[in-house]
Design a binder for this molecule. Structure first.
Ligand SMILES: [Zn+2]
Length: 114
């Protein structure tokens, strides 16, 4: 992902609206591009300070960190990373199960026909 694509996806990242694939390349770019990291912090700050003013009942925001936008952005990035990692793990388990069942199937054919 380049900076232009990254910037186009910032709003959807903040709304947790990126697909896992998009999220993964978004996070990779974020790790290595300081300009985009800065851009994300600014947009996050603007977005959250507008939204949260009339959003006092949001129980998901812990009070202590409600106005600590840096902290909340870090949490969002960490949660996103955890999400991507858990999807990758789940997919590799599914792939492994597929390989095992394909192997069993081929062995069964072999036993039946040879
Ligand atoms: Zn960038």
């Amino acid at each position: 992902m380049n900076c232009r694509n990254f910037n186009k996806r910032i709003n959807r990242f903040i709304k947790k609206d990126l697909s896992t694939r998009e999220l993964a390349s978004f996070l990779v770019h974020l790790k290595r591009c300081d300009e985009c990291k800065e851009e994300l912090s600014i947009k996050y700050l603007v977005d959250k300070s507008i939204v949260d003013i009339d959003d006092d009942n949001d129980e998901t925001i812990d009070r202590q960190h409600k106005y600590d936008f840096n902290f909340r952005l870090k949490e969002l990035i960490k949660d996103s990373e955890d999400h991507v990692i858990s999807v990758i793990k789940k997919n590799s388990i599914i792939n492994m199960l597929f390989i095992i069942s394909a192997t069993v199937y081929i062995l069964a054919l072999y036993v039946l026909f040879f």
